[in-house]
Design a protein around this ligand. Structure first.
Ligand code: AKB
Length: 313
């Protein structure tokens, strides 16, 4: 019998869409959504939902046993901008939630884990263009340090204990169902909402700051393709580079102006500029392509078209 899947952080930007997609594939009852607080009512009412603090080992263990969980998607995390404000809280959440799940897998209480990493694992000394899978890392943000440490622990638990943990280094994710919170790439979602509602956006990054980005549908597909790949094909047990598109605030503004001619953008960089400057401009995801056949589908023009249509409707 197919066992159940637990999503931790199900009300966040990725968790929401992952929950809907997995429920559509496996049936609503098989996907247990959980979060520290309740999110949108559609998600909470469309299947089982539990309030869960991902750092509370006993609570996680009880929930896993009660719902006969086999697979866990651990999406709870504090993102880059918020983590700079609350370093210890970020470290506690990002690391202890991971250890809780890795240890449950080590004890054979679950059999498969997805854990998201990020382009934040890279730093200012990393080659910025087409950043390779294996290169200089040295992140300079709290969030990046926690993600790089997490990658190391994932590989360690795989090598030492055979834990089947899989991971992707997500770029900035663009979605219309749920807004992101606390990240540096959040501007690329905010801009669409402001374009439609106010006709103007003040960007917290400079006009020429190029960052790797991805439309949410690609990110969800990549996540499920990696999780469904034959274990022997998953050769990177730290985390996979993943690439969709790269653009600057000026370029996304131009793509919006192609649809809303009088949309205006101005620039007022804040502390997030320094975070963005430490990250790559574009990512080489050849390993993901070769190992499990990854190929992105959405470029900036297509993303803008869908975002404006969905947010505007
Ligand atoms: C952030 O901006 O912190 C995240 C990320 C790139 O991981 N979106």
């Amino acid at each position: 019998m197919q066992k159940n899947i637990l999503i931790i952080g199900a009300c966040g930007q990725i968790g929401t869409e992952l929950t809907y997609t997995l429920r559509a594939i496996h049936g609503n009852d098989k996907i247990i959504a959980s979060d520290i607080r309740e999110g949108n009512s559609e998600l909470v009412q469309s299947g089982p939902f539990e309030l869960l603090d991902a750092t509370d080992l006993n609570a996680v263990e009880e929930l896993v046993a009660y719902h006969e969980i086999d697979e866990v998607y651990l999406m709870a995390a504090m993102l880059s901008a918020t983590a700079e404000k609350f370093p210890m809280r970020a470290w506690n959440l990002n690391m202890n939630s991971l250890f809780n799940i890795l240890n449950l897998a080590k004890e054979k209480k679950i059999s498969k884990i997805f854990w998201p990493s990020s382009i934040a694992v890279f730093g200012p000394k990393t080659p910025q263009q087409l950043t390779p899978q294996n290169t200089i890392m040295q992140p300079t943000t709290v969030y990046g340090i926690s993600k790089l440490s997490g990658e190391g622990w994932c590989e360690y638990y795989f090598n030492k204990f055979g834990v089947d943990v899989r991971s992707l280094r997500y770029p900035g994710l663009i979605s219309w169902k749920t807004q992101p919170g606390g990240g540096t790439t959040d501007y690329a979602v905010e801009i669409y909402h402001k374009a439609i509602n106010e006709g103007h956006y003040t960007c917290f990054l400079e006009s020429n700051t190029e960052l790797p980005m991805m439309f949410m549908d690609d990110a969800i597909r990549a996540t499920l393709e990696l999780m469904n790949a034959d274990s022997k094909k998953v050769k990177q047990r730290t985390s996979y580079n993943l690439s969709g598109m790269s653009f600057t605030p000026a370029e996304i503004a131009k793509s919006i102006q192609a649809k809303i001619a009088d949309f205006k953008i101005s620039y007022k960089p804040d502390f997030r500029q320094e975070i963005a400057d430490s990250w790559p401009s574009s990512i080489d995801d050849t390993s993901a392509q070769k190992d499990w056949g990854w190929k992105s589908k959405f470029d900036l023009a297509k993303t803008t078209e869908i975002m404006l249509q969905k947010i505007g409707s």
